[in-house]
Design a binder for this molecule. Structure first.
Ligand code: WAQ
Ligand code: MG
Length: 255
């Protein structure tokens, strides 16, 4: 689903569901498009297609929440952790520009050392699509998120997306800030570190957000698009949920 108002991106969502859940899912996506905190859509596109080929089955990244108290601490932590993952200052600066600018429907691809933008269309970005979760794992995830006090839909969808993206060859890390003005927790995800939730990644009331996928220096762009946009991925199992961790502990584990 993608929804816009006067050409401005409002909301997007994707999933893979069994045929009998199509009606419910389409209704939920439509409701989301029409009651989004970013504004009311005046155009909504729903695309439905049968899966071509068998999906890849993955387990979600392990999840933890970094104990952060304000936006300043959040960005200080992000800068350090990205640097430990081999991401240059240049690439970090470019990523901040993308996220502060907002307005993209997809993610930016930024090379980790020279900090170059690699998307075919830098206004749209690359969109991770064709990913879902099998009903049994979804039920368990839902219970886990509710008892951890996390937003069940937002975190479920972000974790599924981050798990697919982190499994893409050439992607080293992802940085995400919601474009929902009231959702102020973001994350960094990578194969090495898992899914690190970062509270206070932005101030409340800010409608800008975005995603950056940091990629190796000479990436196979065709291959990245084919995998992220084309290859179906289903979550079939859940990684650990580890609660809160201190920024220092995470940094020491990567430093
Ligand atoms: N593929 C690539 N980029 C996307 C996609 C996608 N499927 N969906 C959204 N984006 C980009 C786009 O630029 C959006 O503006 C930006 O990401 C933010 O999207 O554990 O809700 O859907 O509590 O607003 C993080 C949850 C939630 C953290 C992130 O993102 C937590 C969120 P949103
Ligand atoms: Mg959003």
């Amino acid at each position: 689903m993608r929804a816009s108002e006067g050409g401005r991106h409002i909301s997007g969502a994707e999933t893979i569901v069994p045929v009998e859940r199509l009606y419910t899912t389409a209704g939920e996506f439509l409701r989301r498009a029409l009651s989004h905190p970013r504004g009311q859509a005046d155009e909504v596109y729903l695309t439905v297609e049968r899966l071509k080929g068998a999906p890849l089955y993955l387990k979600t990244l392990p999840v933890c929440t970094v104990n952060i108290r304000n936006t300043h601490e959040a960005w200080h932590f992000i800068e350090q952790i990205l640097s430990n993952l081999g991401i240059s200052e240049e690439a970090f600066k470019r990523a901040k520009e993308v996220i502060r600018g907002g307005g993209m429907r997809g993610a930016a691809l930024i090379t980790l050392s020279s900090g170059r933008r690699m998307e075919r269309d830098t206004r749209r970005g690359v969109r991770a699509t064709r990913m879902g979760i099998i009903p049994e794992a979804e039920e368990r995830l839902h219970q886990l998120l509710i008892s951890a006090g996390m937003h069940p839909t937002v975190v479920k969808e972000a974790l599924i997306l981050a798990t697919k993206v982190s499994s893409c060859p050439y992607v080293v890390a992802e940085l995400c800030v919601s474009d929902d003005p009231d959702y102020t927790t973001g994350y960094i995800a990578s194969r090495r570190l898992g899914y690190l939730r970062i509270p206070f990644i932005k101030e409340g009331g800010v409608p800008e957000g975005g995603r950056v996928f940091f990629v190796e220096e000479d990436p196979d762009i065709e291959g990245i698009y084919r995998y992220l946009e084309g290859t179906p991925v289903m979550i079939e199992d859940l990684g650990d949920f580890m609660g809160e961790v201190s920024p220092g502990d995470v940094l020491r584990s990567t430093g």
